[in-house]
Design a protein around this ligand. Sequence first.
Ligand code: UTP
Length: 294
Amino acid sequence: MAKVRKAVIPAAGMGTRFLPATKAIAKEMLPIVNKPSIQLIVEEAAASGIEEVIVITGRGKTEIVDHFDAHPQLEETLRRAGKEALLREVILPSQMVKIATARQQRPLGLGHAILCARHLVGDEPFAVFLPDDLVDAVRPCARQLIDVFESTGKSVVALMNVPREETSAYGIAAGTLDAKDPRIVHVHTMVEKPPVDDAPSTLAIVGRYVLDPSVFSYLTRTNPGRGDEIQLTDALAAMMVERGLCGYLFEGNRFDAGDVTGYLLANLNWARRVPRIWAAIEQYVAAHPGSSRR
Ligand code: UTP
């Protein structure tokens, strides 16, 4: 079976949930502690064995590509100043994986964004990372999915149990549990953001996928769906019927960094790893119990 070497990161959305911050800044560049959130995504990709990342960009997103490029002038300044630790941090993003880009001229939906990478992916399986979804896991989330893809030969979506009242915010999948691995679900139903009463389960699709390249032909045949956008879930539902599809209840904590609350929680999660910052946060919270009315 072909190795999963490539990943697509669709980053051409408009980020309306984060306005006004995202009026002139790509939301993928908002920092988690001191790194743009998209760097955490590319770090997960590299740690999962991905060699080439294709970022789907749109208007106002060029700074993402700059972040993963070399910056000789800045590197030289840091080198001359003897700031070796900072120099390593600045160089790292340009060395983790090979980066390619494709442009989505109009935000016609997630499915359409992935279709924009078709000529760069070619005829091999690939991973998709939605950059809003940050996953803190011992074994990288994408690696967990790649292992399932390699053992089952079927495309795989990441799944997470959510409270029933939240099902209308997600793509929802339902299916039967695998006899050997209770984290694997053989998916038989998929629906994008169903009304709560119509949700076929509480298994939400989270932003990690490993897909067979045949998904591109399903995407070309997918008509605009919910929100008049070409939905990835609709193409996967058609693929599921003909080729089968697995879900995987991944191990790890997921944060929705495309939403203000989720973003702040993600910052707290990663700040816990920096004792100096975490001590200051604990001190602040202890001195300011309850909510502020100002
Ligand atoms: P979302 O539906 O979350 O849209 O897209 P968004 O614009 O990023 O954010 P909000 O909801 O308006 O705040 C899911 C993922 O698909 C990408 C987005 O960049 C995001 O990573 N996407 C979406 C595209 O690349 N192109 C599109 O046309 C739509």
